[in-house]
Write a protein that binds this ligand. Structure first.
Ligand code: SF4
Ligand code: SF4
Length: 288
């Protein structure tokens, strides 16, 4: 299946979820248990569309001990869809009959402590909807109850809240908040004609390619232009989580024009002078 079909499938599923799936909330319970004794063990780890968040990618590449560049090249695909407002990444399945996940093995998930958010959530999904009378999106959970999944035949019952706690979802949600704010930002949602190639590249580097973003900070003229506190700078050298948060600030600064980073005074003055000169030259041209 090519990447465009994948996006069409995802859009159809989204529509069905909003229209047909029962809406669940944190206190609702469901019967389900997944363990190595179920007859379908590992069957769900193939031919699936798993969107990767920046935090997922950071955790996975560190689990595998490879660079973000290597991870992106080997394990991700970037579907093209004219309706997408920003670059999204999917986990690339193997090119075998089952289209299996590259991380699944006989004993289950090979990256289990750092498995992506979507894998932690399964069989739960999270959707947002906005009714015509509402101005704020409301969130609800739904169950992806596939016939092949025998976990639903188990007697173990839990609330959605318990499931989320068992799967360590809160940590992922907290780390994902800043990214969610960016993706829902009105400036991004309402951008006419989509982001420019340069903006796409900048977004991709800051959010997904942390090693490249680190080189951008330390090996370009970035630090000549921006003030960064010494303790922050020290963290950015080795702490990927701090680097990712800093990346989000950079995206907000460069895409939305927010004052999330401080430009050095001399750079600011030089820029202002340059702008004033340009304006003066323009005025002169117009009066001649
Ligand atoms: S990352 Fe792990 S849990 Fe997720 S699909 Fe792959 S093997 Fe399965
Ligand atoms: S199909 Fe369901 S029960 Fe079977 S391994 Fe996957 S999640 Fe577990």
């Amino acid at each position: 299946m090519d990447e465009n079909n994948k996006m069409d499938d995802i859009a159809r599923l989204k529509e069905a979820i909003l229209k047909e799936y029962p809406r669940l909330h944190k206190n609702d319970s469901f019967k389900f248990r997944c363990h190595s004794g179920v007859p379908c063990f590992n069957e769900c780890c193939g031919d699936v569309n798993i969107f990767l968040t920046p935090y997922d990618i950071m955790r996975l590449k560190n689990n595998l001990g490879i660079t973000s560049q290597e991870f992106l090249a080997k394990y991700t695909i970037s579907p093209f869809d004219k309706n997408l407002k920003y670059p999204v990444l999917l986990l690339k399945m193997n090119d075998d009959v089952r289209k299996s996940c590259p991380f699944v093995g006989d004993k289950g998930c090979g990256v289990y402590p750092d498995r992506p958010w979507a894998c932690r959530m399964y069989p739960l999904g999270l959707a947002t909807s906005r009714e015509s009378s509402q101005t704020i999106d409301s969130e609800f959970f739904f169950l992806l109850q596939e016939a092949t999944c025998k976990g639903f035949c188990e007697e173990h019952e839990q609330t959605i809240e318990q499931w989320l706690a068992d799967q360590g979802i809160e940590e992922y949600n907290m780390a994902g908040e800043d990214f969610k704010d960016i993706t829902l930002h009105p400036r991004l949602q309402n951008v006419k004609g989509g982001l420019s190639l340069q903006q796409v590249e900048m977004f991709h580097t800051a959010c997904y390619n942390l090693d490249k973003f680190r080189r951008f900070i330390f090996e370009s003229s970035f630090l000549d232009k921006f003030e960064v506190a010494p303790d922050t700078l020290e963290k950015l050298k080795n702490d990927d989580e701090a680097l990712l948060k800093f990346g989000y600030k950079w995206v907000r600064f460069s895409l939305f024009g927010e004052q999330t980073l401080k430009v050095k005074d001399d750079v600011f003055r030089a820029k202002r002078l340059e702008l004033e000169k340009k304006l003066a030259a323009k005025e002169k041209r117009e009066t001649n």
